[in-house]
Write a protein that binds this ligand. Structure first.
Ligand code: HEM
Length: 571
């Protein structure tokens, strides 16, 4: 099969497929899904009826043979009946599978799915077998690099192809043209989020990030955006709040340097704390100390939760949802993370409710509670869209979407700087020239720190912190037809001959269309201020004699760098 030019015509055909529920963001046809379920139930009942008929017959024949053995048990262990029963099941299953294949014959090309598990069959196999037999397979044999796996498949099947997660169809769009066409020209179809069992269990499809495209998502997103903006979200007035976090990182680093081992310092807790405190001060109305036990453990639970939610065993929940409730292993860990985060956020919400002064809202939670009360009073039709439960999911989304993404991008940028000292030096020279060393860089310097800007963009390109977007797409940041030597780390690719910043339309780290990242402005501010501030104050070097971590990173919903430490020197 050849990689053809992307075409979205198939979607109209696909929209008619009853179980084409997981794809870029196509709408689910719930009615048909239910119809499919009831057919299956009726057929299962047939099997059961047949079994009963056989049992009745056997029971009659053997009634006087052995009174102590139940006739039911006796007939069940009869080899002929067992063979017959399994033969029947096999035929039944093959018919079902044939019916299923017929249904999906018009979908875009893709690897052949396995029965029941779809293209995730290899997850069921022990890792040594996967390594032995699936090394070169185009199937998604490794959850660690799904993006790489999807890119490989695109080479074989084209920019639009299908894979199956269990029995559910997922269509992958690869490459800017296909993604742009879908996101901008077919907005109504592709702005939805697919229904993924694991996500549904955890988020109930509330909040913003995973909410289906509809009134709840629209109300939540609009309310969040305008309310957060009134607290400075994406505006210059937020600069002091971001700089406060930066200043804490700098102070802490200064003191850590004094006692640091030659093996270096892990910057994760400091950066993650500074970033999540920006969201926290706007939404919860408080900053947390970086050693606050409860806050630290919530942050850790969030990033651990995101990471294990794409582990092999947890992905199986999408095929067998009941697995989520198993009392051991990753299932138990994920449920614990969910329970603890819920308890932490709900406690904060109820504290706000108890101390609410509607005349003086302190933060996002207060604004939401005030709006909720107003809607209730008015008997407004939107009343049902505002509830404490929804508020909880919105706050969770803001934390999860706003913390791990920016934290990981900053960590990646420090890692790249320590591995590319020449780039680091150029960034520092530019900061020295434009800002000097007496004041911290400001957003007003952005237009003159172009190499620094280009470096941040190059880090975003190399790492694709939200690699699969939030089920939508695998955008191509390593396509050699778009980027020269795409695997090289080279910030200058974002600059023209005059040193001006080049905007590349195909570069979409924050997504595209209606579901574009809501925090894009905030993230860009945080990245710029924190990165320049750190580069101005310190030089980062990779510890001598240590092997650099794999640059493929650790895949969660976001792509984190593998754990690393750096040697830090004050400038
Ligand atoms: C480097 C940092 C960040 C990157 C690379 C990033 C990237 C993304 C991407 C790719 C999406 C999915 C877009 C789509 O589905 O088409 C997204 C969605 C989202 N992001 Fe970000 N993001 C970042 C930081 C933030 C921050 C700081 C916030 C703060 C609130 C945030 C809030 C959100 C929300 C709420 C959504 C869901 C939007 C929706 O479904 O309507 N993000 N982000």
């Amino acid at each position: 099969m050849t990689a053809g030019k992307p075409s979205l015509q198939f979607h109209h055909r696909m929209m008619d497929q009853s179980d084409c529920s997981v794809l870029l963001s196509a709408n689910r046809n719930h009615k048909n899904k239910q119809a499919m379920l009831s057919v299956r139930t009726a057929q299962e009942e047939d099997v059961f009826d047949q079994q009963l008929a056989v049992i009745d017959q056997e029971e009659f024949q053997h009634a006087d043979m052995d009174a102590s053995i139940s006739p039911l048990l006796h007939c069940l262990v009869s080899p002929a009946n067992i063979a017959g029963f399994f033969a029947f099941l096999l035929v039944f299953y093959l018919l079902q599978h044939y019916h299923w294949l017929q249904k999906h014959k018009n979908v875009p090309p893709g690897p052949k799915p396995w029965p029941v598990v779809g293209n995730f069959g290899s997850f069921l196999l022990p890792s040594f077998i996967i390594r032995r037999f699936f090394k070169n397979s185009r199937e998604l044999s490794s959850p660690l690099s799904p993006q790489a796996g999807l890119m490989e498949m695109a080479k074989l099947y084209g920019d639009i192809f299908s894979i199956f997660v269990g029995p559910q169809l997922m269509v992958v769009l690869n490459g800017y043209d296909a993604v742009r066409d879908a996101m901008l020209n077919h907005v109504e179809v592709f702005s939805d989020r697919p229904e993924i069992p694991l996500v549904t269990i955890i988020t109930k499809r509330k909040g913003i990030v995973f909410a289906p495209y509809g009134p709840l998502w629209r109300t939540n997103r609009r309310f969040c955006h305008s309310t957060l903006r009134s607290f400075g979200f994406g505006r210059m007035s937020l600069e002091p709040c971001i700089n406060e976090g930066l200043s804490i990182i700098k102070t802490e680093l200064q003191s850590l340097i004094k006692t640091a081992e030659p093996s270096g310092i892990d910057l994760t807790p400091l950066i993650s704390n500074a970033v999540s405190n920006v969201i926290s001060s706007m939404s919860l109305g408080q900053r947390f100390h970086h050693q606050d036990q409860e806050f630290c453990s919530m942050r850790d639970l969030m990033s651990h939760g995101l990471e294990i939610s794409v582990s092999t065993s947890i992905l199986l929940v999408n095929i067998f949802p009941w697995l989520y409730y198993l009392p051991f292993g990753a299932f138990k860990d994920l449920r614990r993370a969910e329970t603890d985060i819920t308890a932490f956020l709900k406690k904060i919400i109820s504290r706000h409710r108890d101390t609410l002064d509607p005349e003086n809202p302190r933060d996002f939670i207060d604004m939401y509670l005030v709006e909720m009360l107003a809607k209730k009073k008015e008997g407004n039709s939107e009343e049902c869209l505002f509830s404490e439960d929804d508020l909880f999911y919105i706050i969770g989304d803001l934390f999860i979407a706003g913390t791990d993404t920016t934290t990981n991008t900053l960590l990646w940028s420090i890692l790249y700087m320590s591995l590319y000292p020449d780039v680091q030096e150029k960034v520092q020279q530019e900061i020295e020239r434009v800002v000097g060393s007496d004041r911290v860089p400001s957003l007003t310097d952005k237009g003159r720190l172009l190499y620094t800007e280009a470096t941040i963009l190059e880090v975003l390109r190399m790492t694709v912190v939200v690699p699969l977007s939030i089920p939508h797409m695998a955008s191509e940041t390593t396509d050699p037809t778009v980027w020269d030597n795409p695997d090289d780390f080279n910030p200058s690719r974002f600059l023209d001959e005059q040193g001006k910043l080049l905007r590349k339309d195909c570069f979409i780290p924050f997504g595209l269309g209606r579901r574009v990242c809501m925090g894009e402005q905030l993230a860009k501010m945080e990245l710029f201020l924190m990165f320049t501030g750190l580069m101005q104050a310190f030089t980062f070097r990779f510890p001598e004699g240590k092997t650099a971590p794999s640059m493929y990173g650790r895949f969660g919903l976001t792509l984190a760098p593998c754990p690393f430490t750096v040697c830090v020197k004050t400038r």
